[in-house]
Write a protein that binds this ligand. Structure first.
Ligand code: HEC
Length: 119
């Protein structure tokens, strides 16, 4: 009898652990830019998806140039400052957004890249 109770308790806790793990595994990897109502996601759809793809998965252009995946590394620009600088000034095939997006919007996108896409 005791053994049965123990088995039940074990089964229930294993189930909770599995459930918890499943929920945690979601998060960033499953963050959908297409479906999100976040302001950052809408900025991304308007300004960035054309090159980086609708879910920031990157792409290879017809001429062989590679637009990087913003979710899966290795990433060329690591720090907030480097990413800010790159979005603001562009370079190596990326257009500068300094004139189109405000300082605040670029900072929001830096956070978006770091916290929603890369994590
Ligand atoms: C005209 C096409 C184009 C557009 C539009 C564009 N990008 Fe890029 N992006 C690129 C290319 C090409 C690179 C690679 C640059 C390099 O290697 O230095 C890049 C690199 C990046 C990187 C660095 C990736 C790394 O490996 O560290 C980030 C972050 C990024 N883009 C974010 C954005 C965001 C945010 C937007 C929208 C505001 C955007 N990009 C719009 C073409 C584009």
């Amino acid at each position: 009898m005791r053994l049965m109770v123990l088995a039940k308790v074990t089964a229930v806790s294993l189930f909770s652990i599995a459930l918890f793990a499943a929920c945690n595994a979601g998060g960033a990897a499953n963050y959908s830019i297409k479906e999100s109502r976040d302001y950052e996601a809408s900025m991304f759809r308007q300004n960035c998806a054309i090159c980086h793809g609708p879910e920031a998965e990157g792409r290879t252009l017809a001429d062989g140039r590679v637009i990087p995946n913003l979710r899966v590394g290795p990433h060329k620009y690591a720090t907030d400052e480097q990413i800010y600088q790159h979005i603001s000034e562009g370079g190596n095939g990326m257009v500068p957004f300094r004139g189109q997006l405000s300082d605040r919007e670029i900072k929001m996108l830096v956070k978006f890249v770091q916290e929603k896409l890369r994590k």
